[in-house]
Design a protein around this ligand. Structure first.
Ligand code: O2Y
Ligand code: MN
Length: 598
């Protein structure tokens, strides 16, 4: 009798025939399998044991020094029509792409074991979840996929029931940066990645499947696959409101997802629940609301900067059963990175004796991989097959000036424009010039698997008569004063801004209407006990029509790059805001109008 696994078995045989591994191992996800793999990686030197007293079950992996981050220029979207990939992606024609990468895969697993990893993105019993199978010759990838996804027998059983899955083929190859490709074939629901063993290039369930392929699938199936954290805010009445938020890299997404309320808020009974820190799949429910799941089961977070000040929950979850990649180690063999504490490490991320002349001890993109359930603020709702109802979508960026601490979009269409116009200033952590404004719509620039013009149209399409869509907000934690210092304390105090959003959602506070959206009234934000500098709150909530005119012009110019794929409705919205700004600058003495509390 034909089985729904026949296609999977045939594909695995085809890949094995091409790559010629010594052995094929089907991963079952068991504890015994994990122990066996860890033992063999300790023997091969792929993993090093960390201090078992302070960090039981923790290991260090050092990647090839030339293989330390995602590489955008060799990350390709291979659609039949180049216009479907859009100017936001690097493109290659599918048959040319297959031929190029298949030649690299030829015989590449000789002498190695080929692992077959069935996995499920999202809770195993959720209709929103989707399955995939990654074939890889890297046991480090298997160990990470075991933490980051629901991997093994249960996922295989779901694949057998459904008969559909995303095919991911990966080999570390020779780790030669000149022979490295991460190719996506969204029309075939498949991924081929060769030449890198690092993070997003190799753990194919994450950025490749859960964002690039899933965003393409989501468009045709009527849902959204987004680069967003999901967090639940519990108020003193015990009501939990769920928020999804998109920020470009280096804007503190993981920190916000794991926020600890300020002392006074904690005393009053506020709590924060972490559902996800990076990816969010949202689908309309029967009641018209958007319901979200975190497709991942773990965190693959940036280590540098993570500390008891910035993210105590993260530090606490990392004291057992975690994999650290490219961090430094202390004399006690503890993992260490810049910003963690004031100890001096003895070995840097490459295993050399630490010498500050060689640069930072931990690589700036060094990572931890850890099960989501180890986070003290982990929400059991992360396992809810229905997902959690989203009441607010938050976009954000890093902007020293211009952009207020928070504003609310007037409606869904305006919110889509706010997301499409998102931008962030580059930091020292990224290669290239510092302080340059980069457009990164919905923080999806490296992850949207199709033309951004079509993506904006897809977002707009959710605005249906019966839809009960989330409110859309924009935040900027990074505004600086004339002295170059940050005006807002950030971290736990960001809850004050989220509280204002909750009040807006519940119709409990008014707001000041401006052409860019609704701003908190002077007394709208709770700043009790904050000790902000004189005038800081005024600057944080300040709106300057003339400077915003230039910003809207830049957004318009950027959007024009999507040509006739840009939805007319979005262009019209940009023009509407531009006109309102012109009017406001001509009438700058006119008082702002108060909006109703709804
Ligand atoms: O450098 C990598 O391969 C990882 S990139 C990454 C990892 C976890 C969460 N987000 C990201 C990102 O670049 O957005
Ligand atoms: Mn990310």
């Amino acid at each position: 009798m034909p089985s729904k696994l026949d296609a999977l078995n045939r594909w695995v045989e085809d890949v094995a025939r091409r790559t010629r591994p010594d052995r094929v191992h089907w991963c079952d996800g068991s504890e015994a399998e994990s122990k066996m793999l860890t033992r063999s990686m300790l023997e091969s030197g792929d993993l090093l044991e960390l201090n078992p007293r302070t960090h039981p079950g923790c290991h260090l992996h050092r990647s090839d020094p030339k293989d330390v981050a995602r590489v955008e220029k060799v990350t390709l979207i291979c659609t039949k029509d180049e216009a479907d990939a859009g100017p936001n992606n690097h493109w290659m024609e599918p048959s040319e792409a297959h031929a190029k990468i298949d030649a690299l895969f030829d015989g590449c697993m000789q002498g190695r074991t080929m692992y077959v990893i069935p996995y499920c993105m999202g809770p195993l019993g959720s209709p929103i979840s989707r399955c995939g199978v990654e074939i890889t010759d890297s046991p480090y990838v298997v160990a990470n996929m075991r933490i980051m996804t629901r991997m093994g027998t249960a996922a295989l059983e779901r694949i057998e029931r459904e008969g559909r899955f995303v095919k991911g083929q990966h080999s570390i190859g020779t780790l030669d940066p000149e022979r490295r490709f991460i190719m996506h074939f969204p029309e075939e629901l498949s991924i081929k990645s060769y030449g890198s063993g690092y993070g997003g290039n190799a753990l194919l369930g994450k950025k490749c499947h859960a964002l690039r392929i899933a965003s393409f699938q989501a468009r045709s199936e009527g849902w959204l696959a987004e680069h967003m954290l999901i967090v639940g805010i519990e108020n003193p009445r015990g009501e939990i409101t769920y928020i999804a938020a998109a920020f470009p890299s280096a804007c503190g997404k993981t920190n916000l997802a794991m926020l600890i309320p300020p002392e006074g808020y904690r005393r009053d009974g506020w709590k924060v629940w972490t559902v996800g820190d990076d990816i969010c799949w949202m689908t309309p429910g029967k009641d018209g609301r958007l319901y979200a799941i975190n497709p991942e089961a773990g965190y693959f977070g940036v280590a540098p900067g993570t500390s008891m000040k910035t993210n105590p929950n993260a530090v606490k979850m990392l004291d057992h059963d975690a994999i650290f990649t490219n961090v430094a180690v202390t004399a006690d063999n503890d993992p260490w990175w810049e910003g963690l504490d004031d100890r001096t490490p003895v070995k840097d991320w490459q295993g050399r004796d630490y010498d500050p002349k060689n640069g930072p001890a931990a690589h700036p993109n060094s990572r931890f991989t850890v099960r989501a359930t180890q986070c003290p603020s982990w929400s059991p709702e992360a396992e809810n097959p229905e997902g959690v109802p989203i009441s607010a979508i938050v976009f954000g960026g890093r902007r020293e000036s211009l952009v207020p601490l928070v504003f609310e979009a007037r409606d869904w269409t305006h919110g889509v424009l706010v997301g499409a116009g998102m931008a962030s200033e580059t930091t020292a952590a990224a290669a290239g010039q510092v302080g340059v404004v980069r457009r990164d719509p919905m923080a999806m620039k490296p992850f949207c698997g199709y033309n951004y013009g079509d993506y904006f149209a897809h977002w707009l399409s959710f605005d249906q008569p019966n839809a009960k869509l989330p409110k859309i907000f924009h935040v900027n934690w990074f505004r600086k004063g004339a002295d170059g210092k940050f005006l807002w304390p950030g971290f736990g105090d960001n809850l004050r801004v989220l509280e204002w959003m909750l009040k807006r959602i519940n119709g409990e506070t008014g707001a000041t209407e401006t052409p860019i959206g609704l701003l908190p009234d002077a007394d709208g934000l709770d700043s009790d006990g904050l000790h902000l500098a004189d005038g800081a709150l005024d600057t944080l909530l300040d709106f300057d029509a003339r400077s915003w005119q230039a910003e809207l012009a830049a957004i318009g110019e950027y959007l024009d790059g999507y040509g006739d794929r840009l939805p007319e409705k979005l262009r019209a919205e940009q023009q509407r805001v531009t006109a309102a700004l012109q009017q406001a600058s001509g009438e700058s003495a006119a008082p702002a109008r108060k909006a109703a509390a709804s």
